[in-house]
Design a protein around this ligand. Structure first.
Ligand SMILES: [Mn+2]
Length: 214
């Protein structure tokens, strides 16, 4: 890794409030979906992984992915995807999306391989630009990874980031504005309304707090 940053509890001026909701596929003891929120001095790394299939082996794969991220805390999302791809070869593999939120510059870098959905809801925005979707490359970390592609965008206090696995299927009429309630409640509500019930399901909601810049 190019950088190796020491985790700490919170950023003094920009804090991320986040909530997580998940459920295990009926009949399984372990969820193959996993999430990580890692606060570092310069920002915050968020990741959601879905291990192939379900059950213990899927959980082992996604758990290994989270451990690789913890072992290499950095904001370099492309290097992190590559590290996971290499490190997950002995496993079933995962699909994963991740985001690095640079609090000082108010820039988010996000990337994904496979089908963990990512959305950014911009506070106060309407129409085009109010909602952005992460473009993921098809592939499986640990098995087959295309050259991944990261996107950068500005973020501002009040903006909300969502990640959800394919066990969650929001309908076209889903009012994502509902996620403007507390991240905890938003994650639980979206899971309850949109979980398929035939797969593990996980929703991560994170909101950037802080004073708007003049
Ligand atoms: Mn799944």
């Amino acid at each position: 890794m190019a950088t190796n940053l020491k985790p700490r509890v919170a950023h003094p001026t920009r804090r991320l409030h986040w909530g997580l909701a998940q459920q295990t596929m009926p009949g399984e003891n372990a969820s193959g979906d996993a999430a990580l929120v890692l606060e570092l001095p310069q920002g915050c790394l968020l990741a959601v992984a879905d291990g192939l299939g379900h059950g213990a082996e899927a959980a082992a794969a996604s758990g290994a992915a989270m451990q690789i991220l913890r072992n290499h805390p950095s904001g370099d999302v492309l290097q992190l995807l590559r590290a996971c791809h290499e490190g997950l070869r002995p496993t079933r593999g995962v699909v994963m999306s991740l985001a690095w939120l640079n609090f000082d510059d108010e820039i988010m870098t996000w990337a994904g391989v496979g089908n963990v959905a990512g959305m950014l809801l911009r506070a106060g925005a309407v129409g085009e630009g109010a909602r952005e979707h992460l473009l993921c490359r098809a592939g499986v970390l640990g098995a087959q990874m295309p050259p991944p592609c990261a996107a950068l965008t500005f973020i501002a206090p009040g903006d909300t980031l969502l990640f959800f696995t394919d066990g969650v299927h929001p309908g076209p009429a889903t009012a994502f504005n509902d996620v403007l309630s507390s991240p905890d409640r938003a994650a639980a509500t979206l899971l309850r309304a949109s979980a398929r019930g035939t797969d593990d399901a996980l929703v991560l909601v994170a909101r950037l707090e802080g004073e708007a810049q003049p």
